[in-house]
Every structure is written in structure tokens, then in C-alpha cells.
Design a binder for this molecule. Structure first.
Ligand code: PGA
Length: 264
């Protein structure tokens, strides 16, 4: 049976990855505008600013619950973390620094980290274990390169990355993870996977989770699509049965566009 054919009660989650954009002095105004725009939506909204912007983002987001019923709260995530809780790692940021700031989410294994900062499936796996140990919710990125796609090995790559990322985790831990399928050729390029392609890839990733952790976990885990998501394509993408929202880069830097994506 196709993974998406059983009851889908997964709440959509849209996360904005600000990457190395936005200055600390711009955060309060930006988050305040965002929170007013997304109020009342029935989607989990996460913003992932650079480390130095996190304190201001948390402070501004904390005021974003207009009432306790308002599910339009903005959650804050980091873009990376170290796999140790503390220690002699000059220049790194630890998971307990993030939880000390009341950060809830952390992106792990973004392709830019893998490509430019030598992150491997092994360090990604270590980071996921530590993030969960500290109570953070990891947003774990997997995705194929253009070359791999052209060679016809997309699904093999996705299967391998997913298996290695989740190695050694308990069922309960896997349920709280967010996976993000981000084909590398679609990131920042304006080229988006077709909704069908993205859905099939995500169904395949869900299938791997099912093989290892069973159908129950596979049906619960949320899997986003990322790669040139914008106000014009969000509806079609997020409307697909296996796509549980998006990880949005460039388009998350414009409040009006991000609002349209959240209200797809
Ligand atoms: P993009 O980035 O939306 O600018 O393509 C997505 C991402 O890298 O997470």
C-alpha cells in the first residue's frame, strides 16, 4: 500500500531558513511583522535565523501567541549545532546553548553544511542523537545532487542518507524528527521539483522510515519539501499527500511572501 493512503493527520510545518542573511538589528522588526501576518494559521511556523540573531528572534516570537488558542505561534530554530553538549570546540555552538535560549528546533545536515563545511552522514547522525538528547527537534535534510539525479540514483541516495541519519534511534525519537527532502539542484536556483516528483521522493523516504521503524512511525513523521519554494508553487507542493510543508530559503526573507507560503 502506498504510504500516503492511510490516515494522514500530520500537521503541516513550514520553516524559514534565513541562512547567512538578516542582521541582528533587523530581527525584532521582522519577526514582529511576521507574527502579525501569520496569526491564526493552522500550520507550525518555524524561523531559523543565524546564531547571533537567535536571542532577539526568541524574544520577538515569544510575544507571538495572541492567545493560548492561537496556533499561529512562531517557533524558533537554529541552522546548525555541534554534536557535543560542551567542551573545547572553538567557534562552535552547543545544543544546550540553544535550549538555554528556549530554541525548539535545529536544522541538521543542510546540503550547504555538507557541501561547504564537510558534514558527513556520520556527523549528521551524531548531531541528531545529541539534539534529541537535549530535547531539540531536528529538521534533518536529505537530497540528491543533479549528477546523482541524472545518473538515476536519486532514490538510492535518499534511502542511504535517511538510513544513516536515523541510525541507532528509538521509535519514539524518530517520531519527533522532521525530515526535509531538498534536492540540491533545486536550492536557490529557482528550479523546483514537480509536485509529483517531490511527492514520490518523499513517499520513498517515508517508505524507508517504514521499513526500519514500522508503518506507524512512518505515518507520523513529518517530511517537508525544500528547494525554491515560493508563494506561487507552495499550494501545489504542500497539497500533495506525502508533503507535510516546506523548508523555505530565499522566500522566507520577505514577510509578505512567507505569509503567502504559510497560508498556501
Ligand atoms: P531556497 O532554499 O528556498 O532558497 O531554494 C531552501 C533551503 O536551502 O532550505
Amino acid at each position: 500500500m502506498h504510504a500516503s493512503m492511510t490516515n494522514n493527520t500530520r500537521k503541516k510545518i513550514v520553516a524559514g531558513n534565513w541562512k547567512m542573511n538578516v542582521l541582528p538589528s533587523q530581527v525584532t522588526e521582522f519577526v514582529t511583522e511576521l507574527r502579525n501576518r501569520i496569526s491564526g494559521t493552522d500550520v507550525d511556523v518555524v524561523i531559523c535565523p543565524p546564531f547571533v540573531c537567535l536571542p532577539a528572534a526568541v524574544a520577538a516570537a515569544q510575544n507571538s501567541g495572541l492567545s493560548t488558542q492561537d496556533s499561529g505561534l512562531i517557533k524558533v530554530g537554529a541552522q546548525n549545532m555541534h554534536w557535543e553538549g560542551t567542551g573545547a570546540f572553538t567557534g562552535e555552538v552547543s545544543p544546550n546553548m540553544l535550549t538555554d535560549l528556549k530554541i525548539e528546533y535545529v536544522i541538521i545536515g543542510h546540503s550547504e553544511r555538507r557541501q561547504y563545511f564537510s558534514e558527513t552522514d556520520e556527523t549528521v547522525n551524531k548531531k541528531i542523537h545529541t539534539a534529541l538528547m537535549y530535547g531539540l527537534k531536528p529538521i534533518v535534510c536529505v537530497g540528491e545532487t543533479l549528477e546523482q539525479r541524472e545518473q538515476g540514483i536519486t532514490y538510492e541516495m535518499l534511502r542511504m542518507q535517511t538510513r544513516l541519519a536515523l541510525q541507532g534511534l528509538e521509535d519514539e525519537q524518530v517520531r519527533s524528527i522532521i525530515l526535509a527532502y531538498e534536492p540540491i539542484w533545486a536550492i536557490g536556483t529557482g528550479k523546483t521539483a514537480t509536485p509529483e516528483d517531490a511527492n514520490n521522493a518523499i513517499a520513498a523516504i517515508r517508505g524507508v522510515v517504514g521499513e526500519v521503524y514500522g508503518q506507524d512511525v512512518a505515518q507520523q513523521i513529518r517530511i517537508q519539501y525544500g528547494g525554491s519554494v515560493n508563494a506561487g508553487n507552495a499550494k501545489e507542493l504542500f497539497g500533495m499527500p506525502d508533503i507535510d510543508g516546506g523548508l523555505v530559503g530565499g522566500a522566507s526573507l520577505k514577510a509578505d511572501e512567507f505569509e503567502k507560503i504559510v497560508r498556501y
